[in-house]
Design a protein around this ligand. Structure first.
Ligand code: PLP
Length: 392
């Protein structure tokens, strides 16, 4: 068998590796508490599940869906964007349902990237931006996200020869893994930069509804001229605990949406219709579940941040997202500290370097752990002690 060179360039997906380590420990009879993946532990709200089950019973939903999605879902998404962000969208030309946003995030590269082209990708970042680019034969150029710049990329430092080959610019706020947020001034700057350098912007925004302390993120599409240069990816996974059902959307620039629809219609057959009806229910039904979930995450966030600081890590409470981004204690690399936690106290966190080399010195702690596990995990963390000798 001769596999493709493309496949050789693919590292195992970050959480597959972490899952393997957890399985090894469990096989030895050890209990592991995981703050790893950002997968909501709270079940899908019952009114959404009820609609899903009802729609699953209808034979009309047993057949191939249209790649473009149900017109009623596209209309619902457009209305939600208007209500939530005051952004007007043409439901037929500027909205595309996705089989979870990961799928669209990966496939958009096929619309823009030819071998030798560049995509500008934040570092650290959700790995799919660079993997999608590489699978299409392109090259990611990494834009470091540093604490001193509030984890925003410094666009002015990107060299001219990179910009000449760059076609796509990725941004993601509220950010995974840093938990950082961006305001409208940043998005306005991104639009200008994209216009100057003929870039298509992809803003990935699955955490815009996972917010704390009354913080309200803005949409990239609220920036002046954003729809002329870019699209926003969105997901129902994190806000409505629908990760297992796979539904997200891309919205914005009609040409980009049309290109993505063309690629997708050749590769997948759309989102199962029962799930599309569940998504309509999620976006139009009672919204109290979002506040309820956010209150739970906020309480967990505060407990996690306090505990991490008390054992010598530096962590600030994020305003949004499902993650606490914390500096590892002196003397450790991200991977060393992650392994040390697993070995000494049986707690799993994600090393910052799993999201790119600028994640060195950090770990990501996910808040999607049930309360009983959280309490146990925190008490284990309290018992962690550094065994590193610090040279002063
Ligand atoms: C930044 C970011 N984008 C996209 C996704 C994918 O979400 P989904 O495919 O469930 O919509 C995730 C999931 O963790 C994410 O963290």
């Amino acid at each position: 068998m001769k596999m493709s060179k493309r496949l050789e360039s693919l590292q195992p997906y970050l959480f597959v590796e972490i899952g393997r380590k957890i399985a090894e420990k469990k096989a030895k009879g050890e209990e592991v508490i995981s703050f790893g993946i950002g997968d909501p532990d709270i079940p899908t709200p019952s009114h959404i599940l009820k609609r899903l089950c009802q729609a699953a019973q209808d034979p009309a939903n047993h057949r191939y869906p249209e790649s473009a999605g149900l017109p009623e879902l596209r209309k619902t998404i457009a209305e939600w964007y208007k209500k939530r962000f005051d952004v007007s969208l043409d439901a037929d030309r500027e909205v595309l349902p996705l089989v979870g946003s990961k799928e669209g995030v990966a496939h958009i590269a096929w619309c823009f990237i030819d071998p030798g082209d560049i995509a500008l990708v934040p570092d650290p970042a959700y790995p799919v931006y660079s993997v999608g680019t590489m699978l299409a034969g392109g090259e990611p150029y990494y834009m470091p996200l540093a604490a001193e710049n509030d984890f925003l990329p410094n666009l002015d430092t990107i060299p001219a020869h990179v910009l000449e080959k760059a076609k796509l610019l990725w941004i993601n706020y509220p950010n995974n893994p840093t938990g950082a947020v961006a305001d409208i001034d940043f998005f306005n700057r991104v639009v200008k930069f994209a216009q100057q350098h003929d870039l298509a912007v992809c803003h990935d925004a699955p955490y815009s509804e996972v917010v704390f302390d009354s913080y309200q993120p803005v949409s990239f599409l609220q920036a002046e001229g954003a729809k002329e240069v870019g699209i926003e990816f969105h997901s129902l996974s994190k806000s409505y605990n629908l990760t297992g059902w796979r539904i997200g959307m891309a919205v914005g620039n009609a040409e980009m949406i049309d290109a993505l629809r063309r690629v997708k219609s050749n590769l997948d057959s759309g989102v199962p219709q029962a799930i599309q009806y569940a998504a309509i229910e999620a976006l139009t039904g009672p919204q109290d579940c979002i506040q309820e979930h956010n209150a739970i995450y906020q309480r967990r966030r505060d407990l996690v941040v306090d505990m991490l600081n008390s054992i010598g890590l530096e962590a600030k409470p994020p305003k949004a997202s499902l993650y606490v981004w914390a500096k590892v204690p002196q003397g450790y690399t991200s991977v060393e500290f992650t392994n040390d936690l697993l070995e000494k106290v049986g707690v799993v966190v994600t090393p910052g370097t799993g999201y790119g080399s600028s994640g060195e010195g950090y770990i990501r702690v996910s808040l999607t752990i049930p309360d009983a596990g959280l309490v146990k995990g925190l008490s284990r963390l309290a018992g962690w002690r550094s065994t590193k000798k610090i040279a002063w």
